[in-house]
Design a protein around this ligand. Structure first.
Ligand SMILES: Nc1ncnc2c1ncn2[C@@H]1O[C@H](COP(=O)(O)OP(=O)(O)OP(=O)(O)O)[C@@H](O)[C@H]1O
Ligand SMILES: [Mg+2]
Length: 616
């Protein structure tokens, strides 16, 4: 007896909907993508109760005539591809011809649409996949789709929905993605009768980022630099070194205008940031990859969230290189700004500061018991005798010219200039707070430097430089040590022997699964070499499966410098503080420690003015 039956069209659609329509945000995604494909210039989205009760998407795109409107609700009906060949180079966001019938099969659905010159539009009402009403409609040209009571006929599905707040946030994120992906299109979102945003069409991605996330974020981004090849173009913005988030919500990646999730690309981004990113934190990226449509397969995920690259390694390497170059270039940019003359407004505030009429300052520093290690401000009021511990940072001296740029980070000083002439000073060390934070003043206001993080960065770059140039200096162990490892680790060590040796670890094979160490990098203080090696191997293995030799070395240095860097509570003498700051500013990436934590924070005069109620 036959047990196999053909599913009815409606049930088949509901099954298909399971893949495409996971939650209200997927409805929004599909509808907005359709609007974009229809050439809309403006897309308005209205949601109610997390989109569960209502999702409405209104566009001013090309609209459909009645026949097309009816066809659009059939499964496998699409205007976007015609044959399998077209699948090899999809240029639209949609191509499966599944979204509308899937959504209509699991909701109460209303479509109204009208072509620009048409006398009348069309309105179609669908309930759980069954067309109820088709009639003339009188809406403006374009298409409006309303999806009510999502999953009303699939209670099992409804149970998987999260709270209305969570679903709303998902929708918001979805529209952020589309809005960032298409700055030239106007977007608005109304949630439960409240307008969440209204984004005018803009000329540039930068404007869109500012409109959506604020000028402050835009200031902390750098434009992607220098990654164009005949095969691929990478553009967009990424966060400056040291800028990161606790989740992925601002890690946006687009391939040919399509927002995608790709572990390949996020891995490459992470690798590109390397020590400029804090552990467990996520970078901020608005990254746009453009490649030949034939080089990307978009037909690998039902919701089209993932893609497959024909040359994944090429893409990976290009992204890593691009992120690195961008961060390096950003630094050169800061350097340039650093050499630019001080802006008049800033200059005024600097000279005011240098003038001796600082009547408040002695009072500020007066209670010596509470400001012991902190010398007071400015040469004019300096009185070393007043300081309880003048040998520490007691003498306020003028440093050669340094200036911090407006983004709140310090450019490095070109060593040449520093060595030849002590030019006019542009920042000044005020003192050390809580034995940890170096306080400095620059044209912009106050700069706080974490002396421990700063020292880590300095040590890290110095060791890396040495490793690149001549290998790490090593120290012989009094007694060589042998140690055993499991076979898999043994393979890993064998494979990386030369790297480990370059890193200053004198290690060689000593029988199957046994190794001998007779020297270690001299900057290390290790009591049990074998135990140390096991830990290093664990760390490095998990840190960098496919990483290059150089990267492996960096990873290890980053992990070890921390133990050697100046700690919080280490009292530094003034010349040491000064040297530390100079060395820091000479680093390639002075703004964050090798683990990605910031080394310095700028608090601008404007911010202070706001805090003190002088300005609103
Ligand atoms: N907002 C719209 N404006 C104009 N035409 C639309 C709109 N939405 C859908 N259509 C038409 O309806 C067709 C079916 O839409 P549907 O989303 O179901 O499939 P698709 O976009 O072709 O593919 P996919 O399932 O991958 O999204 C589209 O190919 C398009 O021709
Ligand atoms: Mg579609």
């Amino acid at each position: 007896m036959g047990r196999i039956r053909l599913l009815s069209e409606t049930v088949a659609s509901q099954v298909a909907a399971g893949e495409v329509v996971e939650r209200p945000a997927s409805v929004v995604k599909e509808l907005v993508e359709n609007s974009l494909d229809a050439g809309a210039r403006k897309i308005d989205v209205v949601i109610r109760r997390g989109g569960i009760s209502l999702v409405r998407v209104i566009d001013d795109g090309c609209g459909m005539d009645r026949d097309d409107a009816l066809l659009s609700l059939e499964r496998h009906a699409t205007s976007k591809i015609r044959s399998a060949v077209d699948l090899q180079a999809v240029a639209t966001l949609g191509f499966r011809g599944e979204a509308l019938p899937s959504i209509a099969s699991v909701s109460r659905f209303r479509l109204t649409t009208r072509e620009a010159g048409a006398v009348a539009g069309t309105e179609i009402l669908v309930n759980g996949g069954k067309i109820d009403i088709v009639r003339d409609g009188g809406e403006a040209p374009g298409t409006q789709i309303e999806v009510r009571s999502l999953f009303y006929n699939l209670p099992a599905r409804r149970k998987f929905l999260r709270s209305e707040n969570t679903e709303s946030r998902n929708i918001e994120h979805q529209i952020h993605l589309q809005a960032i992906g298409h700055p030239e299109i106007g977007f608005s979102l109304i949630r439960d009768d409240r307008t969440l945003f209204q984004l005018p069409a803009t000329a540039t991605l930068g404007d869109r980022i500012r409109d959506l996330y604020g000028a402050e974020l835009l200031q902390r981004l750098v434009q992607v630099y220098g990654a164009t090849s005949p095969k691929m173009r990478i553009g967009g913005f990424i966060g400056q070194a040291g800028l990161s988030r606790q989740n992925r919500s601002q890690q946006l990646v687009f391939v040919n205008g399509r927002a995608i999730e790709s572990s390949l690309i996020t891995g490459a981004v992470r690798e590109g940031y390397h020590t400029a990113l804090m552990k467990g934190q996520y970078p901020v990226t608005f990254l746009f990859l453009e490649l030949d449509p034939g080089a990307v397969d978009v037909n690998v995920h039902p919701a089209k969230r993932e893609v497959r690259f024909r040359d994944p390694n090429g893409v990976r390497e290009a992204v890593v290189r691009c992120i690195r170059q961008t961060l390096e270039h950003a630094r050169a940019d800061w350097q340039e700004k650093f050499h630019a003359p001080v802006q008049p407004a800033r200059g005024a505030s600097v000279s005011a500061k240098a003038a001796p009429n600082l009547s408040l300052r002695p009072e500020i520093t007066a209670p010596e018991t509470t400001h012991r290690e902190l010398p007071h401000l400015g040469t004019a009021v300096t009185d070393p005798g007043r300081l309880r511990a003048p040998e520490i940072v007691g003498q306020v001296r003028r440093l050669p010219e340094h200036r911090f740029d407006s983004a709140g980070v310090a450019p490095a000083l070109q060593s040449q200039q520093r060595d030849t002439k002590p030019v006019q000073q542009q920042f000044e060390i005020i003192g050390v707070l809580s034995k940890l934070y170096v306080l400095m003043e620059n044209a912009n206001g106050l700069v706080l430097v974490d002396q421990h993080a700063a020292h880590e960065r300095v040590l890290f770059e110095e060791l890396r430089r040495r490793m690149e140039q001549q290998g790490v200096p090593t120290q012989k162990l009094l007694l060589p040590q042998t140690f055993d490892v499991p076979p898999r680790d043994a393979d890993w060590i064998e494979h990386n022997l030369s790297v480990l040796q370059r890193m200053g670890i004198g290690i060689e094979s000593f029988g199957p699964n046994t190794f001998k160490i007779d020297s270690l990098p001299s900057f290390l203080e290790v009591s049990d070499a074998a135990q140390f090696m096991r830990k290093v191997i664990d760390d490095l293995k998990s840190a960098s499966n496919s990483a290059s030799a150089m990267r492996l070395g960096e990873e290890m240095i980053a992990k070890t410098v921390c133990r050697h860097a100046v700690k919080a509570n280490d009292l530094l003498r003034y010349p040491e503080v000064e040297k530390l700051i100079r060395d820091l500013l000479d680093c390639d990436l002075p703004y964050c420690c090798p683990h990605g934590r910031p080394t310095m924070i700028q608090i601008s005069l404007a911010e202070l003015e706001k805090k003190f109620g002088r300005k609103f």
